[in-house]
Write a protein of this length. Sequence first.
Length: 561
Amino acid sequence: MHRKFANSHLWALIAVLSLFWITFAAAFAASIRKTDGHWVYVIDDTYITMAIAKNLADHGNWGPVAHEFSACASSPLWVMIVAAVYRVAGVHELVPLGLNLFFGSAVLILIWHILRRRGATPLACFAIPTAVMLLTPMVPVASTGLEHMLQMLVMLGLAEAASRALADDAPSAARSHANGWLMVLAPLATMVRYEGALMVGVIALLFCMRRRFVAAAALVALTSLPIVISGAIFLAKGWMFLPTSIAMKANAPTLSSWAGFCTFTSKGLLLLRANVHIAILLGTVGLLLLAQRQSIFKRASGIVAVVVLATAALHLQLASLGWFYRYEAYLMCLGIVAIYFLARELPWTKLAEGTAAKPLPLSQLHYAAALASILLVGLPIIERAVRAHAHIPQAAANISQQQCQMGRFLHRYYEGQSVAANDIGAINFMANIHCFDLWGLSDIDVARLRLAKRYDSAKMFALSQQKGVKIAVVYDDWYAPYGGVPRQWVKAAEWTISNNTICGGDTVSFYAVDPTQWPTLHRNLLEFCRELPAEVDFKLIDGRRASRTVIKTVGTVASRF
């Protein structure tokens, strides 16, 4: 009987992994049908990481440009893992996708292992990992090719280790083992993504509340070590202590004015209002935690819930959500697991006056009503998951039609030359150019100017001249707050895509930064337009005239020949 029960758990795991791989394969097949048989990642940021990893593997340089150092990666561990695979097996676009399939499977196995160790039924061992897989949603997040599957694995391990190390009912041997895992996972959490320090900080605070100050100090020290080492390297290279991707996006406190203070403190609430799925998830965790009749330290489930809620509060206040569902993926995963354990430990008993507790009789009608209530409350989360899976092919098509075409164009005509751009991923992965990042992610001068609120079109022009830039490929509307692109630049063309779901703009513009380059740029664009996908509308523009006249519009493949 015991063997049969164990086999049931194993079959539950096999079913979950099979469902994950089948969903993964279906998304892959649907995407390549929209991208001419080639896999394309759903965001340009992936190609930034791939470019850094390629340069690290091939040249020993940390940055998206081959021989220029840039402290712009917020996940140093992921870059090193991808670079290690590139070094051994060669540079291939499918490497990040394969790694995500591996780490995503590891996440599901870890959830299954935790559930089984805590006595969950085979049905629960199938249902909860499946819910995490579908609702996080893991396949869309994995299709980004970024570090979030690994982040989910590390953060889940952290939360589980913390619950075993702090729970009153944990055996001493298990507590000692969990302490060891915490010391290993704490620095990894920061190396996977810097916001991993938020969860470690919450766990360290819980240790302090238990008067375990040495363990708390060790956690903080180990978590800070990668940040301090990398920060010292960045400063020595002339960059900021934190990567630009964090320094320019983080919600830093503004306490110099009452308005700034209110804006900072209200950010988390505004994010919750705009992201109903997170509000529902965290609200459910909080209500179930309040319904517990025991101290939060009594059971591991209470500790996991507190860690999730406190980490989410810090994340909402200091970081962000969204960008193809990836920033909150680890919170969704942990929240679903926490809800299951909290719900399982609710006092499902009926207390009659003067009698002992009796099990609450639940008929099929009760179960149906409970299921209907769950579906109704969770409808925004379910709708979000359906939308996320449906977005994968179109997002991949957008990147293929815009960023990948830009990369092909620059590789063919501007290899080894200085080019200005604001989306720097695919163009640096596909072409060996000297890239001037107009948005500041990989350019420290622009980053400092933007942070100081002193960036404008005049400084943009001066820097482009200083760096010997020949052409620029930009989204015009990004620079409206800075006075627009420099008036000295001469527009040569516009590419416009339809049904845009992920790119920074529908239209990307090509400029001759050096006006003498306009005839060459015009000729190159006219020649390359024959190879653009049919979905890309192409306009040649004579920007040398005051009106910047459209001199030719080409909208279909047939008309390009």
